[in-house]
Design a protein. Structure first.
Length: 199
């Protein structure tokens, strides 16, 4: 298990999960109709074998105390959970979370997340951060990056150690940036084989 597994779980839900957004508080449980950002993050983490807690506050606390916590956006990698701070119309502070599923050459991350999304399908990957980690920069919904977390001893190579791999399948060529660590390479190969079988 590791960052590739979290990305895979996140993308699978982006593609197939049709729940709408709703914050469920107290002792009530989420069901197959509703989800919010922290529940989505928790489900991804649990698919990777651990439970960071239900709310964004509990999840930040978990990564700070039991995982790895970063406040420098330059240390964030694909497969990490990012956390942001915003304010509502009354000035109350709230937090939001999502998973980094892609990173481009400008150090901007594509985020898989659960949002209100106009009342429609909540889970999506439509938005990117800027290079400072800000989400929805310049809009009325702008959120400040406050940190990112990953499980302790997560197996992932530093960005400068990623390698470019060209994959040719059925005459089509694609290039991927992946970790050279054996476990990550094997996960990547397994993912390609599974995708091929599903075609």
């Amino acid at each position: 298990m590791g960052p590739i597994d979290r990305i895979k779980a996140a993308v699978a839900k982006v593609q197939s999960d049709s729940r709408t957004y709703k914050q469920v508080k107290g002792s009530a449980a989420y069901n197959d109709k509703y989800v919010d950002c922290s529940e989505y993050g928790r489900e991804i983490a649990m698919a990777d074998g651990y439970d960071p807690g239900r709310s964004t506050w509990h999840q930040m606390k978990y990564y700070k105390e039991e995982g790895e916590w970063m406040t420098d956006i330059n240390n964030v990698r694909k497969g990490d959970f990012l956390f942001w701070k915003g304010k509502d119309s009354d000035g109350n502070v709230f937090y939001h979370t999502g998973l980094a599923v892609e990173m481009d050459d400008d150090n901007e991350f594509t985020i898989a997340q659960s949002t209100r999304n106009g009342g429609g399908k909540s889970i999506h990957d439509k938005y990117k951060t800027n290079a400072s980690g800000t989400l929805w920069a310049g809009s009325e919904y702008e959120m400040e990056f406050v940190g990112a977390g990953r499980p302790k001893d997560d197996v992932y190579a530093p960005k400068e150690d990623l390698i470019e791999v060209e994959v040719i399948m059925d005459g089509k060529s694609t290039t991927h940036s992946i970790s050279p660590i054996k476990a990550d390479l094997q996960s990547f190969i397994n993912q390609l084989l599974e995708e091929k079988q599903e075609e």
